[in-house]
Design a protein around this ligand. Sequence first.
Ligand code: PLP
Length: 384
Amino acid sequence: MKSGAEGSELLSLIQSLYPNRDVIALHEPVFRGNEEKYLLDCLKTTLVSTIGPYVSEFEKHIANFTGSKFAIATMNGTSALHMALMLAGVERDDEVLTQGLTFVATANAISYCHAKPVFLDSDLSNLGLSLSALQIFLQENTEVRDNGFCYNKMTNRRIKACVPMHVFGHAVEIDAIAEICAKNNIELVEDAAEALGSYYKGRHLGTFGKIGIFSFNGNKIVTTGGGGMIITDDPALAKLAKHLTTTAKVPHSWNFSHDQVGYNYRLPNINAALGCAQMEKLGEFIRNKQETAAVYREFCLKKGFNFIDEPVHCRSNFWLCSLRLPDKASLEEFLEKANAQKIMARPLWNLMSELPAFKGCQNDGLKNAKYLRDRVVSLPSGVR
Ligand SMILES: *Cc1c(COP(=O)(O)O)cnc(C)c1O
C-alpha cells in the first residue's frame, strides 16, 4: 500500500460486511440452529459429561460429512493431534516433519510424544507445507535403512511421521505428499484443524493419510466450545483411539480396570450437543463464507491486493480469508490501523523455529515461510 488509501477502503469494506459491532472479531461463532435445544436437553437429562448420546451422534456427523469410516471425539484439537501421533507410532526421540509456519499446537503435540519436530518451508500459494521443500529435505537429508524406516542422516533419528497443516482451510498438495510419505515409510497425519468443509480433488481433507484431526475451538468453522476429532479408516486404530482417550478402561459394568496408561481426552456430551447443532448448519456456513471470500476476492482484484485464493484442485472452506501485502511495513501499518478501529485483522503465526521451546530443532531455512509471515494478514471471516 503506497498511500494507505486502499487499506482504508478495505477497512470500510470490512465494516460494511460486519455492521453494527463494537469489535469486529476475526472469527466469531453463530448459534442460529438447535444449539439451545440440545444444550437444554443435556441439562434436563443430567448427561453433561463423558457419557451421553450426543458424543456418538457428533462422531457420526463428522464421519458422514468427511467420508471417513471412523471418527473419535476428543476434548480439543491438540489432544486429537497428540493421540493421532501416538497412534501413528511416534515414539521418544523420533523426528516428525512439519511446517515452520503453523499454529503452535502442531509442534506441541509432537513434543508431547517426546519426539522432535523438523520444520520445513511453506508453499507460497497454499501457505501450507511445501511439496518441493519436503522432496528436497528427504532427498538431501534422509535414507531408508534396512529395517524399512526413514532416517535423518545428520541426527541418526528415525523420521516416523509427517504432519502437514492445511492453513485457513486451503489444501496443501496432499496427494503428492501422501505419495512420497508412503514411499519413504513415513506416516501421514493431517492437521486439518482449520479445514472442516475443505476438499482436494473432491476428497475431504484429513482423509489422505492414516489419521486426520479437526478442532472445534470457539474460532473454528464449527465449534463445540472446545473440542476435537480424530478421523481414520482403520478399524483397529479407531478402537485404540477410543480406548486411549477414555482412560484405557477395560469395559466392565462396575470394575475400574485399565490396561495401560490412558488419557482423559473424551469430549463431554454437552460440548458434543453443541457440535451436533453446528453440524446441521455446516453447509450453510461454508456457502456463507465462500460468499464472503468472493467479496474480498473481487475487492482485491480491483484494488491490486493479492488475495490468498483456493489453490488448484482445492475447494476451500475459507475458514479465514487473507491477503498478501507487498512488504512488512505495509503489514504493520495495516495491522495498526485495523486494530485501532477495533477490526481484528491478524498476522500469521511466529515461526515455530523462533519460539523458545523449538529453538534447537532442525529447519530448512524457511525462506517462503519468512516471506509469508512478513506479509500475510487475515481478515474478519466469520459467518455473517
Ligand atoms: C485450532 C488448531 C489446532 C487445535 O486447537 P485446539 O484449540 O486444541 O482445538 C491445531 N492445529 C491448528 C493448525 C489449529 O488451527
